[in-house]
Design a protein around this ligand. Structure first.
Ligand SMILES: Cc1ncc(COP(=O)(O)O)c(C=O)c1O
Length: 390
């Protein structure tokens, strides 16, 4: 089955009992047991629910995985995976990482006696150098948030296999439309489905898929114990969003590629970070493992003051935490997605006070560009001495 077909038929499309053209919202906490002393497929919604199952099957199909689990948010999914490491384990993670994952690792791992090391994700040797005797897992995000750095998935997987390490990837930015890490040998794929998979900025959700039965059993048990599963109505909304994910994303990517190219030429923009740009670091690796540059780009306006002037004059994108909606979303990583990272480390990472992240929606690309350019007219300084193209 090709991707376009999988999006519609990858999971159950119709209700097996009534034939309804959309899987119903099984809004029930529990299920009548015809034989009270015998088990049956659905017992209690925390353990399993038909609407959630339909979503889990659909996403597993899209990601070439056998098993899938739907969680209440991307962070619920990330924590369900990461908190399954044990006392004394060591985990290696990319340094350009979503702020919430950073906070989970730096604040909760020490309480459970789990060691961690952040590495420069673009340097395969850095991953290798960080491996210790007690290393158990590798966690990557590519392209990363917010600087769109690229990790060589195949390279990291090869390393992990050699040292018998579990590989985990946050595939939120690329989605199964453009990047299929399971096919590249990754063990666990995580999504914040709040973003492109749902696509309408009206649900928070997380997904985890794997091909490994043992990992799947652990995830199922974790979800059951922590009770952090996605409610039926939200599962239904995501199932609905998935059907149009490809056509939405194609337009969003087209817009992002166009905007990145134009912003790169603008005198008030110091740098543009977008894997689709010719000079982006890791571009070649990115396109060897992904099908597009994605719909998110980050650009540098040089200072907080410039960002303030810019945000005050944009009218098409909303200014908000999040990405992946049909509407364009501008955000300010310095005080939004990455605020939890201590300032010194944030600056070392390159998450400076001039950075703006844009998630392109499906609006007309010229309307979007004109709106951004109009706002840039209000940015006072044009002190770009040396344009940094990455
Ligand atoms: C790359 C990435 N992973 C995970 C998350 C967390 O997802 P959620 O907000 O659904 O918990 C986010 C949220 O912005 C994200 O950008």
């Amino acid at each position: 089955m090709e991707l376009d077909t999988k999006l519609i038929h990858g999971g159950p499309l119709i209700d097996q009992h009534t034939g309804s053209s959309s899987v119903p919202i099984y809004q029930a906490s529990t299920f009548h047991q015809a034989q009270f002393s015998e088990s049956q497929e659905f017992i209690y919604t925390r353990f399993g629910n038909p609407t959630r199952k339909a979503l889990e099957e659909t996403v597993s199909c899209l990601e070439f995985a056998k098993y899938g689990y739907a969680f209440a948010s991307g962070m619920a999914a990330i924590s369900a995976v990461l908190l399954n490491f044990s006392q004394g384990d060591h985990v290696i993670l990319c340094k350009d990482i979503y702020g919430g994952a950073y906070q989970l690792v730096t604040e909760m791992f020490p309480r459970y006696g789990i060691e961690y090391t952040f590495v420069d994700e673009t340097d395969l040797y850095a991953w290798k150098k960080a491996i210790k005797q007690n290393t158990k897992g590798i966690y990557i995000e590519t392209p990363s948030n917010p600087l769109l750095t690229v990790t060589d998935i195949r390279g990291v997987v090869n390393l992990a296999k050699k040292y018998n390490l579990l590989t985990i990837i946050d595939n939120t930015f690329m989605t199964p439309i453009f990047q299929n890490p399971i096919k590249l040998g990754v063990d666990i794929v995580i999504h914040s489905a709040t973003k492109f998979i749902n696509g309408h900025s009206d649900v928070t959700a997380g997904l985890v898929v794997t091909n490994n039965q043992e990992i799947a059993e652990t995830l199922f048990k974790t979800q059951k114990m922590l009770g952090n599963m996605l409610p039926p109505y939200d599962c239904w909304l995501i199932l609905r969003g998935i059907k149009t994910m490809k056509i939405r994303m194609e337009k969003e990517v087209e817009n992002a590629a166009f905007i990145a190219g134009e912003l790169q030429k603008h005198s008030k923009v110091k740098a543009v970070y977008y894997p689709g740009l010719e000079y982006h670091n890791g571009r070649e690796i990115h396109f060897s493992q992904a099908g597009s540059g994605g719909a998110v780009l980050t650009f540098d306006l040089g200072s907080y003051e410039n960002v303030k002037d810019f945000f005050a004059h944009v009218s098409i994108p909303i200014v908000a935490v999040s990405l992946g909606g049909v509407e364009s979303i501008l955000s300010y990583p310095f005080t939004m997605s990455h605020a939890v990272i201590p300032e010194k480390e944030r600056l070392e990472l390159g998450v400076t006070d001039g950075l703006v992240r844009l998630s392109c929606g499906i609006e007309d690309k010229n309307d979007l560009l004109n709106d951004l350019f109009k706002a840039l007219d209000h940015v006072k300084t044009a002190d770009v001495l040396q344009k940094k193209i990455l």
